[in-house]
Design a protein around this ligand. Structure first.
Ligand SMILES: [Zn+2]
Length: 202
């Protein structure tokens, strides 16, 4: 399933970046974002996971500005996960205004004309925040709004985009899917095992 190739990339980049920046739980372990150069590198990787040409180095001030915008996106995922679509949409509208998102046709670097979602003079972080907010708004404003979620495995709260054909994804990763499968299997085995006779107990 594709929302639209560029928009879909931006939505994937937004989700991956939120996951890098947000402390919480990831795949069974407590998660704290890295700091300094490592954080910049991981955010760059996250952006590139959706938008391949996002390969410029990121400066600390840019990172801080982007993190400020993306705090709201993290909250948006929580609202969606709790079934509050109204709240999530209101929050995205606020983010669109904060980031001064504005559709603008642009042509640069030998590319054909294409649509940007930020004004030509937006800062780097504002540009990304505007594009991410617009991309996510297109998802929330469509029948695909239930394609965004938070991992339902224990000790994990990472966000995901469900791009599967049937839209039944529940986990952030195969790692979490396998953890849950293994736990279900162990629980079944435990229930099947004969209980210890009372007489053997001290
Ligand atoms: Zn997970």
């Amino acid at each position: 399933m594709e929302f639209d190739s560029h928009m879909s990339g931006v939505v994937l980049a937004a989700t991956a970046t939120v996951n890098v920046l947000a402390p919480g739980w990831s795949r069974g372990r407590q998660y704290l974002p890295p700091i300094g150069d490592e954080l910049a590198e991981q955010v760059r990787e996250a952006l590139r996971s959706g938008v391949r040409r996002a390969d410029a180095p990121i400066f600390p001030s840019q990172l801080e500005e982007l993190a400020g915008y993306l705090t709201e996106l993290r909250v948006m995922f929580f609202l969606l996960d709790s079934g509050d679509l109204d709240g999530a949409c209101e929050l995205l509208n606020k983010m669109i205004i904060d980031a001064e998102a504005m559709p603008t046709l642009s042509r640069h670097d030998g590319e054909p004309w294409h649509l940007h979602f930020h004004s030509p003079d937006a800062s780097w972080a504002q540009g990304w925040a505007g594009a991410m907010a617009t991309g996510l708004a297109m998802v929330l404003g469509s029948a695909m709004h239930d394609r965004l979620g938070l991992c339902s495995a224990p000790a994990c709260d990472r966000a995901y985009v469900d791009t599967s054909r049937n839209g039944t994804r529940r986990f952030c990763s195969t790692a979490c899917q396998n953890r849950v499968k293994a736990a279900t299997f162990r629980e079944r085995e435990r229930q099947r095992a004969p209980s210890t006779p009372a007489a053997d107990q001290p």
